[in-house]
Write a protein that binds this ligand. Sequence first.
Ligand code: SF4
Length: 389
Amino acid sequence: MSKHPTIEEHLKASGVSRRNFIQLCATLMATAPVGLALTGKKSVLQVAAAIGKTRRPSVIWLHFQDCTGCTETLLRTSTPDVAQLILDVISLDYHETLMAASGAQAEAALRSAMKENAGKYVLVVEGAIPTNIDGRFYEMGGRPGIEALREAAAQSAAIIAIGSCASWGGVPSADPNPTGAVGVDSVISGKPIINLPGCPPNPYNLLAVVLEYVTMGKLPELDEYRRPKFAYERVIHDNCPRRAHFDAGRFALAFGDEGHRKGWCLYKLGCKGPVTHASCSTRHFNEIPGVWPIGIGAPCLGCTEKGVVWQLATFDTVPIHLVTPPDTYPAVVAQTGKFKAGAAALVGIAAGAIGGAALMAGKRLPEQAGVAANEEPPDELGKPGSKNA
Ligand code: SF4
C-alpha cells in the first residue's frame, strides 16, 4: 500500500467491509448534500466510488479551552464499528486525546504532521481560544496556545472550528469571560474557516464537510456565521417531532407533569428550538433514533446559536418571531380543555386559508379532546402584538 493510500485502499487493508463503508456513505448522503455535490452523483454507490478513490484527508486536531465533548461525540457512537470507520476514512495525524505520545514526543508529532502535510491538512480546532494575558491562560509546548494555533493555521488548507467553544467562545466565554475566550475566526484570518457549533455537534456534519472538501476541493455553502447550510439552515422547531403539540397549544408546564410525560411541546420549559439553527431534530446522536435533547425530554438550550446558550437562562423562553398556526386556532379553553364543535369548524376554514394547513388541523382535532385542564391557552404565543415581532 502506498504511503498516502486512497480511502478505498486503506479500508481494504484495514479489513473494513464494503457493506459498512456503503452504510456510512448512505448516512452521509442523508446528513448532507455531500452526495449531490460530488459531481452530481446521486446513487450511494456512485458517491462511495467517488469518496473511495480520494486520498485519506489528513486531519490535525488541536484542543484549547474545552471539555473534550466534541471528541467524545466523534468516538461515542453506539457501535465501535462506526467510530472506527470514521477514523479509517480520515487520517487523524495528530489528536492529543487519542495519541499515546505526550510532552516533547507530542510536540514532535505535531511538527512532523504539519511538515508532512503542509498546505493539505484540515485543521480541526476544539475549544475556545483564550486571549487575555497574551493568551497565557492556555499553554501548549511552552508557548501560548494562540501562537500554536497561528502556526498550525498558517500551513493548513482549511480550518474547522468544531463545537460552540471554537465557533464563538461557548461556555468559557460566558460572562464575565475572565480568559477573554473567543472563537477561531476572531483570531485567524486568510484561511477558509467553517464553524460547526453545537455542544456537542453531530460528528457526521464534520465528516461530511471534510469529505466534501477533499473530494470536491471546495467548501459547502455557508451561512453568515460560517455554518454549513446543509446542517444549519433550518431551525430545530421546523422539524421537531413535538411541533404538532406546539401548534395545538399543548405544552409541558413542569418537568414530570402530565404534558411532559406525554411528550408535549417544551417551549414553556425554556426550549430554544424556535430560534436555534441546527439539524439535531433530523440527525440524532449515537446512531439511535430519538437520542437528542428534545427526544429525551430536555428543552433545547440553543447551543448552536451565539448569544443564546450560556447567555439566556435555561428556563427563559425565547421570543417567537414567526406567525405560527396557533394564530389561526381558537384558544384551548383552560377550564374544560376541549374544543367546541363550532370552533373546530372555524379552525379548519382558517387553517385552510393559509395553504394546506386544514389537513393538519383535521389530523389534530381528534387529539384535542384529550387536552388537559392544566394547559394554558396558546394565545400568548404567536400573536402579533404580544411576543411576536
Ligand atoms: Fe420542539 Fe421546542 Fe419547538 Fe416545542 S418549542 S416544538 S419542543 S423545538
